[in-house]
Design a protein around this ligand. Structure first.
Ligand SMILES: C[S@@+](CC[C@H](N)C(=O)[O-])C[C@H]1O[C@@H](n2cnc3c(N)ncnc32)[C@H](O)[C@@H]1O
Length: 261
């Protein structure tokens, strides 16, 4: 089957088209997975960010950039979609974040001379066509010893074939997945988000993600698989599936303090 287009122009166009519905859903607070578990989990992995210079990559409507600014960081946030950046600026909530429209695969020249204490990326790397290059550009922009904390869709269950088997009442019984080893572009249909929209993202194996990170020069400090707390589940029973399957993976990477250290 032909793959959907997945170059920077196609991705920019898709996310520009999606931006109003995407930002609207986030602003409504109904993005429960984000607000109830994977967002707070990624925030916790970042730790105390007071006074840090933070780079947020693929910032979308600015959710994680604002989290960092709220924590006292000085934030630069980039996204390839101009419309997303418009939303991020509008939703700034009084936080002084520097927003830039830029391709994350061209960041090092765009931000030449800058050095960051922390980089973050919230569910965005899998949407980027030249992700190996993105990892290398982010690595170049970090000071030695600084971390890159990136939340991606979990590669072990987000794959070309992925269907929930349901019972006669529509309840989720088990997740059927297949074709894990196909490195391919998957089309996502965001049906419940405003009028709906379609985006494309990369499926790669866990081995790919770790290999790309290491080859970019990072060391792996840890991996986290966020899931909802019992409290979150009581408030939002619709999160139950996320207590059974890891939907998200947080990579905690670090640029070594000195070459080879
Ligand atoms: C799923 S959204 C996530 C947005 C935001 N981080 C969040 O938490 O809602 C993915 C974002 O990645 C951006 N993106 C995709 N490719 C990019 C690239 N090459 N450079 C910068 N941003 C990119 C898209 O425009 C989109 O805003």
């Amino acid at each position: 089957m032909a793959q959907p287009p997945f170059d920077v122009d196609a991705v920019r166009e898709a996310w520009d088209h999606a931006a109003d519905a995407y930002a609207g859903r986030q602003a409504s607070g109904r993005d429960h997975y984000r607000y109830q578990f994977f967002g707070p989990a990624q925030r916790a992995v970042c730790g105390d960010v007071t006074g840090l210079r933070v780079l947020d990559v693929g910032c979308g409507a600015g959710y994680f950039a604002r989290e960092m600014a709220r924590g006292g960081a000085e934030v630069t946030a980039v996204d390839v979609s101009p419309r997303m950046i418009e939303h991020a600026r509008r939703e700034s909530g009084g936080h002084a974040v520097e927003y830039l429209v830029a391709d994350a695969a061209e960041l090092a020249s765009r931000l030449a001379g800058r050095s960051f204490d922390l980089a973050t990326s919230c569910v965005a790397l899998q949407d980027m066509p030249r992700v190996e290059r993105v990892l290398s550009e982010v690595h170049q922009l970090l000071r030695p010893g600084a971390r890159f904390v990136a939340c991606i869709m979990h590669p072990c269950n987000d794959m070309p074939l992925r269907v929930w088997e349901r019972d006669h009442l529509g309840r989720k019984r088990w997740l059927c997945v297949d074709r894990y080893f196909e490195r391919t572009v998957i089309e996502y249909h965001w049906r419940d988000w405003g009028e709906g929209f379609t985006t494309a993202a990369l499926h790669a194996t866990l081995e790919d993600w770790i290999g790309w990170s290491l080859r970019a020069g990072f060391e792996l400090r840890g991996l986290h698989e966020p899931r909802p707390s019992e409290e979150a589940l009581r408030r939002h029973p619709d999160l139950e599936d996320a207590t059974r399957i890891p939907y998200f993976l947080i990579l905690d990477l670090r640029r070594p303090a000195s070459p080879g250290s």
